[in-house]
Design a protein around this ligand. Structure first.
Ligand code: 23J
Ligand code: MN
Length: 260
């Protein structure tokens, strides 16, 4: 019998390893992305109580939820974008579960993102990170630490100007390197989506969605606690709900990491 799993449980109980919650609370206050007026919008989270220890159900409490698939901390499946629509096993219910767990590579651009809300990670930035931390392994999660999750309230988080939202993201060169040369599982970000706020004006538009999903890769949006993770050495588990033909899903994202 393997000792890996018993060793893991032991390391978690001693505190040598920690479980870190990379998930934001999901509720009525959860900010959602706003698209240009010409497009349909995703609604925010709402719920209706079925019963709460009352006449409608004297011994039980439960609710009905109403929300977009892409609300709060959520998973983007390849089918979410036109570029991934014809791939096989591209929906939440058909993705191979092995692809939901992998090592995490954390690139810290929190300083850059503080002074430049439109900061874009380039291939050069990734190669510079690799000089220090080693090559990004295949089937790993690439997490972009911006500290954007520390922004308080929807206004600060969405950071809307007259010309639209401003938040950091990926230059097309970074997405191409990650998808085509590094073969990552996907990218995870602290912002409302995996693309920069102004990414509609890039070539291709929304390069992270376009390039990653076209290559069968995933997205994780609205993560938090990335500042609790080392650059390498942790693993991330991100398994979406098994929504039939689902384009994405809110989910609980967990990391297992050594103490910093
Ligand atoms: C639809 C259109 C544009 C974007 C998005 C959704 C997301 O960010 C998302 O949640 O996948 S940029
Ligand atoms: Mn999404």
């Amino acid at each position: 019998m393997t000792t890996i799993l018993t060793d893991l449980i032991q390391a978690l109980s001693t505190g040598e390893l920690r479980v870190i919650d990379l998930t934001q609370p999901l509720g009525e206050q959860t900010p959602v992305i706003g698209l240009p007026d010409i497009f349909a919008q995703s609604p925010g989270f709402s719920r209706e109580t079925i019963s709460r220890y009352d006449d409608a159900g004297p011994m039980w409490y439960w609710n009905v939820l109403h929300l977009g698939e892409h609300t709060g901390t959520h998973f983007d499946a390849p089918v979410h974008w036109t570029t991934g629509k014809d791939l096989s096993n591209n929906t939440c219910d058909t993705l191979p579960v092995e692809q939901f767990i992998g090592p995490a590579c954390v690139i810290d651009v929190s300083h850059e993102s503080k002074s430049n809300h439109d900061f874009l990670l380039t291939a050069e930035h990734i190669l510079a990170w690799e000089e220090i931390n080693g090559k990004i392994p295949a089937k790993s999660w690439l997490l972009l630490r911006t500290d954007w999750s520390k922004r308080q309230g929807a206004d600060e988080f969405l950071n809307l100007s007259e010309d639209g939202p401003h938040n950091p993201g990926f230059d097309p060169s970074a997405s191409k390197l990650l998808a085509e040369e590094r073969d990552v599982l996907g990218v995870g970000v602290e912002t409302v989506g995996t693309d920069a706020g102004q990414a509609g004006a890039l070539d291709p538009p929304f390069p992270s969605h376009n390039i990653m999903h076209g290559a069968g890769k995933f997205g994780l949006a609205s993560l938090c606690n990335l500042d609790q993770l080392p650059p390498t050495g942790s693993i991330v588990i991100a398994a979406p709900l098994k929504i039939v033909d689902g384009s994405g899903s809110p989910l609980r994202v967990l990391a297992i990491a050594p103490h910093l």
